[in-house]
Write a protein that binds this ligand. Sequence first.
Ligand SMILES: O=c1ccn([C@@H]2O[C@H](COP(=O)(O)OP(=O)(O)O[C@H]3OC[C@@H](O)[C@H](O)[C@H]3O)[C@@H](O)[C@H]2O)c(=O)[nH]1
Length: 457
Amino acid sequence: MPAQQEVCILLQSSGSIPSPQKINASFSGAEPFKDFSDGDELTLFVSSRSRNQEKITEVGANRFGFDSRVQVDTLRSLYLTPAFIKEGNKETDIAGVGHKDYGSESTYFKETDSIQYTTVAKFPPVKNLPNTERKRILVTGGAGFVGSHLVDRLMLLGHEVTVLDNFFTGSRTTVSHWVGHPNFEMVRHDVVNPFLIEVDQIYHLACPASPPHYQYNAVKTIKTSFMGTLNMLGLAKRTKARFLITSTSEVYGDPEEHPQREEYWGHVNCIGPRACYDEGKRVAETLTYGYQRQDGVDVRVARIFNTFGPRMNPYDGRVVSNFIIQALKGQDMTVYGDGNQTRSFQYVHDLIDGLILLMNGDETRPTNIGSSHEFTIMEFAEAVRDIVEQIQKDEGVANPKRVNIIHKEMPIDDPQRRRADTARAKEALQWQPRWSVRQGVEEMARYYMKQIAEGKL
Ligand SMILES: O=c1ccn([C@@H]2O[C@H](COP(=O)(O)OP(=O)(O)O[C@H]3OC[C@@H](O)[C@H](O)[C@H]3O)[C@@H](O)[C@H]2O)c(=O)[nH]1
């Protein structure tokens, strides 16, 4: 099918999630997943709806004096809308034949396989905040997967956002729809070097997060965690900005306590290949509380568990992106080891809700932001395969190829079990994940399908 036809099909379906589907036969046979926690697991893979079966139209909350509510369709318009609205022709077309609401407009010329970009001075509408409520917010790593979703949310809420990114794993395209907006600034900067700015809040996200990426240059990873956090804490101290660091469930290492509570000190191999990230984040937490104790810096620490969603780099090597891309492309799905290791996955919008609540609430202790629904990786592979097949059928692929699940060598020190204990987040932030894993995987698969149709993957 020519690329443009595919784009048209996606256009029709991009804005909304298909109606609820019946539980897939191959997934309903045995127990789809184990009953690990609050008893609402059965909804996890049953439908396109949220964990409690409501249709999610709005994310965020109006809590702690900070209203973070945003319509989901507005967010979707920023990542699910196709970039090419109309196919261009080299001979007859000029720039501007297509029309796209936000960001840059682009016309695709099939003959030369080239794209013409035109600046469009129309941005997504942002909330009209009074000066007294508008915050100056710095997001390090703001062009990354999580960072870009946080930036979208903060921009839509009407705040002034500065993104710092060295584009090692982040990409300018994730936030390009804001470039030129008076409330937005993007700076290419590596946080290992100091940065001076006047701000009210700092979300410090900058650090490669996928195991292949953070192990690619282990020394740089730990340097980024240590120096980057030191520099941003110094900035917070000088400006009296509130500082939030995104730490990780990897501070628990290969945990011997299950699920992982914040009080657990962890089980990390300090000389293993993951140590650059695990120990880097651990020392970053140490620095954070050092600045709190010594200098009175107002700090927040989020320990993020496995998160997925659109804009995750399709080749960053993490399991959700790997599985969806492999299933979409009809390739073997690669389960490392026997697939009995477990993870708990949360959708990116839930994470952003949690980060904003933590930043604006009073909880200063480390707080797990993650899902408490645990899957073996093998179960997850089968689920992703079923979901992608269903989406392909919805999009008109008559007989999608049933891909094989194969096994590959287990990475060294791969944690065997991981599940967030979210009691603290529930109590302190009144936060818990709302999106079902199925709903998230569907949306992410549609996002990648769009990219495939546009020839980007
Ligand atoms: O293709 C793959 C990729 C990964 N896996 C397995 O899937 C599991 C999850 O792997 P991922 O690479 O997605 O993520 P990990 O859980 O190992 O690390 C993650 O943990 C929490 C976050 O803070 C980090 O961003 C990330 O490092 C692992 O057991 C891994 O071995 C596969 O079976 N196949």
